[in-house]
Design a binder for this molecule. Structure first.
Ligand code: SF4
Length: 406
């Protein structure tokens, strides 16, 4: 088995070194085939099978000869795509999954670990992902006249747990367990597309990297996953949005990516100033809002592209009219083409915050509108199936632990 060239951090295992083909792009797959004395185009056949046709076992890649399939399996290769281990379906159509990131047979003693991935068939009102908003006109045609699946959105995780420690977030309670590999990040998307029979090329979906973890603290794997999703799966980067808590070096690296190959950028702001933000997002002490905004200004935007400021409303803490006015000033003074996505906080066990009152949410939105700041209210999705990110994983895994220890 051959390890492949990689620009990943030196502590990370090289892609393919564990025998998993999923996560390798077609050049890596071709290089792998060459080491077996096979023609390079075998790599393209493997990529087509894994990323376009949803094949999950080498034995089912019928474009390869039986002899080659048997040889690959005998030498320890597997496709190893992440697998949806459990699905929870909401009354509103949202589906949340626990996705197994280490697919058996696992190299001992690696434990099977899971992350959460979410499918929202009608999005959450944030945006369509291509610079237009849900319900806006695009090329003179109302989006609402199209099949509703055009708004379907997959929320993708980038790490198991998270080290950023936002005080309102359940994922933070898990701590950082490990980074996901590119294959594990892209594999969540391909597994969900497969489950819903979505044909990329005929149908469009939006991706938001807003699940568990901080993508910019796993930058190399995350951007490698984006390249796989663009080049191999065929999803436009204009339909992808990455959200960061404000990791300045990550934003600076992101600013160096070619605009035509990178997702859109969202900043998880959540407070009107550093004093409030440091209390709920300790990362603000390391990188204050002004440093984050300075880094964002380095990003070359595509025509019509806007930066999104995500703002979680915590009842009595960040949802006041004065907070809204301060956010409006902050956005205007940034000089960035920007909009604000409001999210009413989802309660979670052990987190000492209150949901905002509906009237406060409305007042906040109207205050931003009065200052001519574009503002959208993200609809809560899947509240009946463990609303908060991280809650599903914690709930299910604690139940398993209790069952196994009883
Ligand atoms: S909100 Fe995002 S960055 Fe903050 S702790 Fe949760 S997963 Fe990490």
């Amino acid at each position: 088995m051959t390890a492949h060239s990689s620009q990943l951090d030196t502590n990370d295992p090289a892609p393919g070194s564990d025998g998993r083909l999923f996560g390798l792009d077609r050049d890596m797959l071709s290089a792998c085939m060459a080491t077996l004395g096979e023609p390079l185009w075998r790599g393209r056949q493997l990529a087509e099978a894994m990323y376009r046709q949803g094949v999950t076992e080498i034995g089912l890649v019928t474009t390869l000869s039986r002899t080659l399939r048997e040889r690959l399996e005998a030498e320890g290769w597997s496709i190893g795509r992440p697998r949806i281990a459990q699905a929870f379906v909401s009354n509103d159509g949202t589906e949340r999954y626990l996705v197994e990131c280490t697919v058996p047979p696992v190299p001992a003693p690696a434990p099977i670990q899971t992350v959460e991935t979410v499918w929202m068939p009608e999005g959450d009102g944030g945006e369509t992902g291509d610079g237009t908003e849900a319900g806006e006109l695009e090329n003179g045609q109302a989006l609402r006249a199209r099949p509703r699946r055009d708004r379907a959105t997959i929320c993708v995780s980038s790490q198991i747990g998270c080290a950023v420690n936002c005080q309102f977030c359940l994922t933070a309670k898990l701590g950082l367990q490990r980074n996901l590999t590119a294959g594990e990040i892209a594999g969540q998307v391909v597994a969900v597309l497969d489950r819903h029979g979505v044909e990329i090329g005929k149908e469009r979906v939006n991706l938001v990297f807003m699940g568990m973890g901080e993508p910019f603290l796993n930058y190399e794997h995350w951007i490698a996953a984006v390249r796989l999703l663009v080049n191999e799966v065929g999803i436009s980067p204009q339909r992808m949005t990455v959200s960061t808590s404000g990791i300045v070096p990550g934003i600076e690296r992101f600013a160096e990516e070619p605009p035509e190959m990178r997702p859109k950028l969202a900043i998880s702001l959540n407070a009107p100033n550093d004093a409030v933000r440091s209390q709920i997002m300790p990362i603000s002490r390391k990188w204050p809002i002004e440093a984050v905004v300075d880094a964002v200004r380095q990003v070359r935007l595509r025509p019509r592209e806007r930066i999104t400021f995500e703002y979680v409303l915590l009842g009595g803490i960040t949802d006041g009219q004065e907070h809204a006015e301060e956010v409006a000033r902050l956005v205007r003074h940034s000089g960035l083409p920007a909009k604000v996505n409001l999210i009413a906080w989802n309660p979670g066990p052990g987190i000492p915050y209150q949901m905002p009152q509906a009237a406060a949410v409305d007042r906040f939105r109207r205050a931003l509108e009065a200052d001519e700041v574009p503002v959208y209210l993200r609809r809560p999705r899947g509240r009946d199936i463990f609303a908060a990110c991280g809650q599903l994983k914690r709930t299910v895994e604690s139940a398993r632990l209790e069952t196994s220890s009883s």
